[in-house]
Design a binder for this molecule. Structure first.
Ligand code: FAD
Length: 423
């Protein structure tokens, strides 16, 4: 028989965005309850700190429009959660903590950030609310197993090499997915859910760079360009976005590539398909015919320029040099001396440059997880388990994920809030 370290009305496993929100929501809703957050790292909200490159893109103005286009997962759960806590409620919640927000207008994608561009401020204000509400934070403690003994959840864990036991009447699993395991979420939430017979949809990394060795990436390492990115999987067009492409030693990264990575990851890592290709158009606002006309005008205007100098007026020199090499065009050739076949090959490489994708980078570089606790055994109204009463799920541990642009943190806040209100 273990000695119980402490008993609470509610224990939340995981002190990330979802767990912190669930704790605040539960305690605000019912101040008499004793609430604890248990986390295996040394601090709450560590992933929030690195989100949005340290700026924390905490939600999106277009959140409640087109929910089904922005999220992957069970439609009923997604709609039910955001109906209860949508864009308005998320922004009001943070304004209520004293955090000023702004919309980043340069990308016109509705991304919302804290006005001071500091993720640290988001975490600091959440922690001060947790302290104000007397929510207990149990840090450096890994929950290793959970059992339900009659009506009570018994959690056994490890804190600095000592066994610890906590009990609770209700349990929230907010243990995240598997992305960036160094920050705490290592997939153990899936194991704990599985122990209660919950089905787990095989997790794969999402928001992740793509692997595909190719001449362009090798030559252009470190170069970032905007491009129209079309994803083909098994010869079918799977996705099309305009965004940044960063060439790397192993293949491709950048925000545009992360946006299309989900489909590749599912097909390559979960379904073990093997034909995947990215097609890049480096003139994202033009098709090949328009590019042909556009270059013809430039060539006519500057007939004595070398092709190298003419393209340098549009692209970085490293890119110009590489694309000319790939097209077998002499960089020093004058534009009025180019052969029709040379121009055609060049335009083809500039507007339909094919890169074979052989894999994805792993969990250490994935921004989030596709897959997780299956929706079918979770009540869409309050995210309680249909298999074990008193057990709830929120955040990335569930099989719901969103597009890049503040959608994943929005899911964490909203699902955490809904669970907290139901406890
Ligand atoms: C680099 C990066 C940038 C990102 N930028 C953005 C962005 O700008 N906007 C956006 O919307 N999304 C962004 N995301 C995604 C977003 O941050 C996550 O989807 C979200 O934070 C998930 O929150 P969560 O609370 O569900 O999980 P997590 O934040 O992963 O929290 C889970 C917690 O559970 C704890 N835990 C796990 N297992 C146990 C256990 N057995 N015992 C005790 N504790 C345990 C972990 O230590 C961890 O603290 C980004 C992600 C990354 C990696």
């Amino acid at each position: 028989m273990h000695q119980t370290n402490k008993s609470f009305d509610i224990i939340i496993i995981g002190g990330g965005a979802a767990g912190m929100m669930a704790a605040i929501s539960a305690k605000r809703h019912n101040p008499k309850l004793s609430v604890a957050i248990i986390d295996q790292t040394f601090a709450l909200g560590r992933k929030i700190l690195i989100s949005g490159a340290g700026r924390c893109n905490l939600t999106n103005k277009n959140l409640t429009k087109d929910l089904t286009k922005k999220y992957f997962g069970d439609k009923k759960i997604i709609e039910s959660v955001f109906k209860q806590f949508g864009y308005k409620e998320i922004t009001e919640f943070f304004n209520g903590l004293g955090l000023e927000l702004y919309e980043e207008t340069k990308s016109a994608s509705g991304k919302i950030f804290p006005k001071n561009d500091q993720a640290k401020a988001v975490v600091a204000l959440l922690i001060s609310e947790i302290e104000r509400l007397n929510i207990e934070s149990v840090l450096n403690t890994t929950v290793l197993s959970v059992k339900k003994d009659k009506k009570v959840f018994v959690l056994t864990g490890n804190c600095e090499n000592k066994e610890v036991v906590y009990t609770a009447d209700k349990l929230v699993l907010a243990a995240g997915g598997k992305s960036y395991p160094a920050l705490g979420a290592d997939g153990s939430g899936f194991d704990l859910a599985h122990d209660f017979k919950h089905r787990i949809i095989e997790p794969v990394p999402s928001g992740v760079p793509l692997v595909g060795k190719n001449e362009l990436s090798q030559a252009l390492q470190g170069t970032k360009l905007e491009a129209e990115i079309t994803a083909y999987i098994n010869n079918k067009k799977a996705d099309n976005v305009v965004g940044d492409v960063l060439f790397t030693q192993y293949g491709l990264s950048g925000s545009g590539i992360l946006s299309v990575s989900r489909g590749f990851s599912i097909e390559l890592n979960r379904n073990h398909k093997n034909f995947a290709e990215v097609v890049l158009n480096f003139f994202p606002d033009k098709n090949s015919l328009e590019v042909k006309k556009y270059l013809a005008v430039r060539f006519k205007k500057h007939p004595d320029q070398t092709i190298e100098n003419n393209l340098w007026g549009i692209f970085p020199m490293k890119f110009v040099f590489t694309i000319l090499k790939l097209s077998n065009v002499d960089p020093l050739k004058r534009v009025n001396k180019l052969k029709v076949e040379e121009i055609e090959k060049l335009i083809n490489n500039l507007t339909a440059c094919k890169i074979n994708i052989t894999g994805t980078r792993g969990w250490n570089e994935a921004e989030f997880t596709a897959g997780g606790v299956a929706a079918e055994d979770v009540d869409p109204n309050n995210l309680e388990s249909k298999l074990v009463s008193g057990l709830y799920f929120c955040g990335e541990v569930l099989d719901v994920d969103g597009e890049i642009g503040g959608y994943n943190l929005s899911w964490a806040w909203a699902s955490g809030f809904v669970v907290g209100e139901s406890l």
